[in-house]
Design a protein around this ligand. Structure first.
Ligand code: NAD
Length: 460
């Protein structure tokens, strides 16, 4: 299969790549296995130095790397630059903290001594999506390289140049051969190599469909897996919220990354008393967004990641309207070349409407009016997903009580769901399992080995 890099702002092919041959894939797996034998014996200092160098290189090449992101998947340029900074911060964060996170943990048995030692498990496969081409890789690769595992990385076919650029950063930073390897292969082939006995774990970020295929393989071959899947995050506006602030954050929460964010705010749930005011102000701001070339710093909303993605969301909106929803704003593709979709607000969504439960991956907001806080919580939880949620209220204590009742992996009070190196990231229900980032993110692919020291004459 040919892997193509296409600029979604123009739909023009920029570059094409041949997939790796089976022979080269075998060499990559063999090198990764070989490297893991030495890497597991390396010191935290050596591993940390490598990640620090990657971070320095990333920052020094920020302009060219962010342009590559924007070119391949359409993120607006300022956000692409932010992604490079965030990714470099993640490499630094694990370089600085991994040794402390992975210290022996003393236990207190009645007799003798015991502790937990954290050991690497070997070669890991990472399957990553196109929506944050550098950040997604950083949050998987950085903690695992610090543990002493080695990485085989299958990136999304939309961003082959980003995938190659990341591998080149590791090469330039002096990574021993096999510690980090980019695999130019299809999802199907990635799924197939999970069965390889040299691969000890797999992490996938992406759709439920791909996640379930990988998890099936991981289950069949008894490999540890982590899944970071889709979301349908609720953004709840309570009666006492600061409406102007909530509106500002609602727009950011929905259109950040052109709306292609797993933790984007997707369902806006407002209690009756403030619903009209919120909706009127939100609609006005969404309507005034500057749409255009993502390389232009004035642009606020760029194209979707591909023509297929734009067709998919336009079709979802059409089906929603056919099933009785109202498009209060937008509702169709933009009148310009490229994979653009107009900012859209859907209302009158009943539970039978497909858009009530589907993930809408683009600048399309669903708006719901509810009687009170209790109904807002009920609606927020009425989803097969459980990734993030936002609650807007001036009463933080009330916000915490509501947060407690939300079935999601992350709840943000007075902010859209966000990410930073020291905050754990992950979901519940159909949004997957396991956590990335923070101390929790270094705890997934590690052997928590018990070491017990007994006196020779101790009883059983
Ligand atoms: P996708 O599932 O199509 O692709 C993700 C990766 O999986 C790609 O590398 C793809 O090639 C691979 N893949 C596809 N089918 C596969 C299969 N059968 N076996 C193995 N690998 C396969 O997803 P996408 O369109 O690239 O990304 C968008 C999705 O990712 C959205 O649902 C979004 O919510 C989700 N996402 C989740 C998070 C999170 O942390 N929870 C973060 C970003 C994106």
């Amino acid at each position: 299969m040919l892997i193509q890099s296409v600029n979604p702002a123009t739909n023009k092919i920029v570059k094409s790549f041949d997939e790796m041959t089976d022979e080269n894939l075998e060499i990559a797996v063999a090198n990764s296995k070989l490297a893991s034998e030495n890497w597991k014996k390396s010191s935290y200092k050596e591993r940390g130095n490598l990640l620090k160098k990657v971070a320095v290189l990333m920052r020094s090449k920020k302009t060219e790397l962010s342009k590559l992101i924007t070119l391949e998947m359409g993120k607006i340029i300022a956000q692409a630059e932010g992604e490079i900074d965030l990714s470099a911060d993640i490499f630094d964060y694990y370089a600085d903290n991994a040794e402390a996170f992975l210290q022996d943990k003393p236990l207190g048995p009645k007799l003798g001594k015991a502790f937990i030692r954290h050991s690497p498990i070997g070669v890991l496969l990472g399957v990553q999506p196109w929506n944050f081409p550098f950040y997604q890789v950083a949050r998987f690769a950085a903690p695992n390289i610090m543990i002493g595992n080695t990485i085989l990385l299958k990136h999304a076919s939309l961003v082959p140049q980003c995938g190659i650029a990341i591998e080149n950063l590791f090469i330039e930073a002096g990574a021993p051969k096999g510690v980090y390897t980019n695999l130019l292969i299809s999802g199907k082939r990635a799924s197939a190599i999970v069965s390889d006995e040299r691969i000890k774990g797999v992490s996938l970020t992406g759709s439920e469909e791909a996640g379930s295929k990988i998890a099936e393989q991981a289950g069949k071959y008894l490999k540890k897996s982590v899944l970071e899947l889709g979301g349908n995050d609720a953004f709840i506006i309570l009666e006492d919220a600061n409406i102007d602030k909530a509106v500002e954050w609602a727009v950011v929460g929905r259109i950040n990354n052109n709306g292609e964010c797993c933790v984007a705010s997707k369902r806006f749930i407002a209690v009756e008393k403030i619903a009209d005011e919120f909706l009127e102000k939100f609609t006005k701001k969404m309507k005034n967004l500057v749409i255009g070339d993502p390389m232009d710093p004035k642009t606020e909303l760029g194209p979707l990641s591909s023509e297929d993605a734009a067709k998919k969301i336009a079709d979802q909106v059409k089906r929603a309207i056919d099933a009785g929803a109202t498009a209060l704003l937008g509702g169709k593709r933009s009148d310009r070349d490229g994979a653009f979709m107009d900012p859209t607000i859907l209302t009158d969504l009943k539970p039978e409407n497909p858009a009530y439960s589907e993930e809408l991956f683009g600048p399309v907001a669903s708006f719901y009016r509810v009687k009170n806080e209790e109904d807002a919580i009920k609606l927020a939880n009425d989803s097969s997903f459980g990734l993030g949620c936002s609650i807007f209220t001036e009463d933080v204590e009330k916000g915490k009580i509501v947060a407690d009742q939300i079935d999601a992996g992350m709840v943000f009070i007075n902010h859209p769901t966000w990410t930073q190196p020291d905050l754990p990231f992950g979901g519940t229900k159909g949004s997957g399992y396991g956590r990335e980032l923070s101390e929790l993110g270094i705890d997934e692919f590690v052997n928590k080995k018990l070491i017990r020291i007994s006196g020779l004459n101790d009883p059983m």
